[in-house]
Design a protein around this ligand. Structure first.
Ligand code: PGA
Length: 242
């Protein structure tokens, strides 16, 4: 399996900034063969990214829990797909904590991904409080539960809430412990990405772990030089799994 590098641009960049960054990524990817790149721009740049990203695929950062209709400001799975998305992030911690998304809402979104040919990347992760009070596995299991009985192809991203945007990454060993647990629930063949303050200095250690198949990267994916370094470092890693 090639390392999977997914960029989550969140609510950042103007249209011209986005264009420039795609240009940088295209340049970096010229010399790289051994990477699956997934780019998650804002919805308003999905089409732009799908048109201009030369080697990689596009993810929507979210989709609505409804298939369509009178839901002002929302973007349906079908709309994201028609603008070039192949994947959709579901249940990102900012969606769960800032926009109060529940597992029930996420389950509806999973069905809509399936109906519309989008591959979901289900994000799971615990807060520091949940970790410190011994609830880590219960929280992760509850979040993974939405996948129960799902026949569709999906990815999982483990993103401890305390590590997102804080500069505090889980150590490779700590992340691997949770990835191994997730693996025991979802089985082989499901790519599991790690996210939370991933950067050019820690990517190598994280991707060296047996159950970490790739990374979901926020802040560092907005910095052209650092993101190019991340792509290069990841591409150079020997993956033992196939
Ligand atoms: P970060 O964000 O890399 O800025 O911590 C990761 C994410 O939220 O997906």
């Amino acid at each position: 399996m090639k390392p999977i590098i997914a960029a989550n641009w969140k609510m950042n960049l103007t249209k011209s900034d986005a264009s420039n960054l795609i240009g940088h990524i295209n340049h970096a990817m010229n010399d790289i063969a051994n990477i699956e790149l997934i780019l998650g721009p804002s919805h308003c740049y999905l089409d732009l990214a799908a048109t201009h990203l030369k080697r990689g695929v596009i993810a929507a950062q979210n989709i609505a829990e409804f298939s369509g209709g009178a839901y002002t400001g929302e973007i349906s799975a079908q709309m994201a797909k028609s603008c070039g998305a192949k994947y959709a992030l579901l249940g990102h911690s900012e969606r769960r904590h800032v926009f109060h998304e529940t597992n029930e809402m996420i389950q509806k979104k999973l069905v809509l991904c399936n109906d519309n040919g989008l591959i979901p990347i289900l994000c799971v992760g615990e807060t520091l409080e949940q970790r410190n009070s011994g609830q880590l596995k219960t929280v992760i299991n509850d979040q993974l539960d939405v996948l129960k009985n799902s026949a569709q192809v999906y990815f999982v991203a483990y993103e401890p809430v305390w590590a997102i945007g804080t500069g505090e990454t889980a150590t490779p060993e700590l992340a691997e412990e949770v990835h191994a647990h997730i693996r025991s629930v979802v089985g082989d063949g499901v790519p599991i990405l790690y996210g939370g303050s991933v950067n050019a200095s820690n990517i190598k250690g994280l991707l060296s772990m047996p159950n970490i198949d790739g990374a979901l990267i926020g802040g560092a994916s907005l910095k052209s030089d650092e993101f190019s370094d991340i792509l290069k470092i990841s591409a150079a890693l020997e993956r033992k799994k196939s």
